[in-house]
Design a protein around this ligand. Structure first.
Ligand code: FAD
Ligand code: SF4
Ligand code: SF4
Length: 359
């Protein structure tokens, strides 16, 4: 059997990107297949990253560009794997590359089309907290920097086609079937956040001011729905008191994620500190089962949050949240060590949802 000196990496998050760069630098041909329209994954949605609190896109963008320009890497966006057959050293892979309804090679990413498109669509990169056009790019630093047409939303008015100087738009372009020969396959498909809707005691989806951690991350981000201004969904008011609830759906047998997601304790602390820096939130309060600061010196990060930023950690599980009808503030119920029930009012509650294997 002939061994093939090429590798298929499935998933273009930071794990798939770094794997591709390392393999390509070692001389392997790499096919990087990504199901969305850009590589970058969850890291591209983050504002800052613990433990250094560096800007996430500042770390990620050079890697995106390096991957996009590497002579040994072919990026296959908007792709789904159909079939993998063979043996280690020699696999045949069939994948479908879904059409963008424009020619990826011709599109310069200028964005004129999106400026003129009359139709609005939900911006999933911003976790549905803002809108974009029916023709859009996933995020400004996307690699490859190409636009795509949302087939469900597009009304076929033809404006984008008329305005595109590169003549990139072609509504008739069809999905492509691609066959690859590779010697190895790396799965780097990342994770899905747990959807907390079934946990009715927290009121997600019912109380407007109960949001998830990835939604809060987008709100914190300068490229997010409010340009980094922390305003709450119900009325656009800047929240003064925010509660951060750990282990929502994780470490919880009833909800199948019976393991620890391992990063939430740290990134909750990060989000609480950034919120305090941005908006001078009063005593950001983290409700926790226990703190799991896994990495070297990560505990110092927690201590700093307490000492320098006044982040309050309360070792309690929250039993229920109730909305105050007029103000839309939230009553958070928890028990003290001596069995007394305390009710504390917050303007915004953020749920730190568990991570589960990608669908
Ligand atoms: C709110 C939040 C804040 C965080 N903050 C921090 C932080 O401050 N510091 C830190 O170190 N970590 C943080 N993390 C964790 C960090 O985001 C993840 O560990 C990291 O992004 C995981 O990268 P990944 O490449 O494994 O997965 P992902 O980023 O999930 O990438 C997987 C990629 O695979 C693609 N894909 C999935 N299925 C398929 C398929 N079948 N075919 C093709 N492509 C597929 C997806 O579209 C995606 O692009 C945070 C996480 C969250 C949710
Ligand atoms: S499709 Fe045309 S107008 Fe739109 S970004 Fe690409 S080159 Fe610009
Ligand atoms: S054809 Fe579709 S994508 Fe293009 S401008 Fe009209 S609605 Fe927008």
């Amino acid at each position: 059997m002939e061994k093939v000196g090429a590798v298929l990496v499935i998933g273009g998050g930071i794990a798939g990107i770094q794997t591709s760069i390392d393999l390509a630098d070692s001389g392997y041909k790499v096919y990087l297949a990504e199901s969305t329209t850009s590589i970058g994954g969850v890291m591209s949605q983050l504002d800052k990253t613990f433990p250094t609190n560096d800007c996430a896109i500042c770390i990620l963008a050079p890697k995106l560009v390096q991957t996009g320009r590497h002579e040994n890497i072919d990026i296959l966006i908007n792709s789904s794997i159909e079939k993998i057959e063979g043996v280690p050293g020699n696999f045949k892979v069939d994948l479908t590359q879904r059409t963008l309804r424009l020619d990826q090679i011709k599109c310069t990413g200028c964005g004129l089309c999106a400026q003129q498109c009359p139709i609005e669509a939900i911006d999933f990169f911003n976790e549905r907290l803002s809108i974009n056009a029916a023709i859009s790019v996933k995020f400004p630093q996307a690699v490859p920097l190409v636009f795509s047409i949302n087939k469900e939303k597009c009304i076929g008015c033809g404006i984008c086609k008329g305005i595109c100087k590169a003549k990139a738009i072609d509504y008739e372009l069809q999905d492509k079937l691609i066959s690859l020969d590779v010697g190895a396959v790396v799965l780097a498909i990342g994770f899905d956040e747990y959807d907390p809707t079934p946990l009715t005691e927290f009121g997600y989806g019912k109380h407007l001011n109960v949001i998830t951690s990835i939604e809060f991350e987008r709100i914190l981000s300068a490229s997010g729905p409010h340009s980094g201004l922390i305003i709450r969904p119900s009325d656009g008011i800047i929240p003064k008191k925010i509660a951060f609830l750990h282990c929502i759906g994780s470490r919880d047998r009833k909800h199948r994620i019976d393991y620890c997601s391992s990063v939430c304790c740290m990134y909750t602390t990060k989000e609480a500190v950034i919120a305090k820096e941005h908006m001078n939130i009063i005593e950001p309060t983290i409700f926790t089962m226990d703190i799991r600061a896994y990495g070297k010196d990560f505990d110092k990060y927690i201590e700093r949050a307490k000492d320098e930023y006044g982040v309050r950690y309360i070792r309690r599980r929250i039993s229920s949240i109730k909305e105050i009808p007029d103000s839309k503030d939230l009553k958070v119920y928890y028990e003290t060590g001596n069995g007394k029930i305390i009710v504390e009012i917050f303007n915004l509650v953020v749920l730190y949802v568990g991570m589960q294997p990608n669908q």
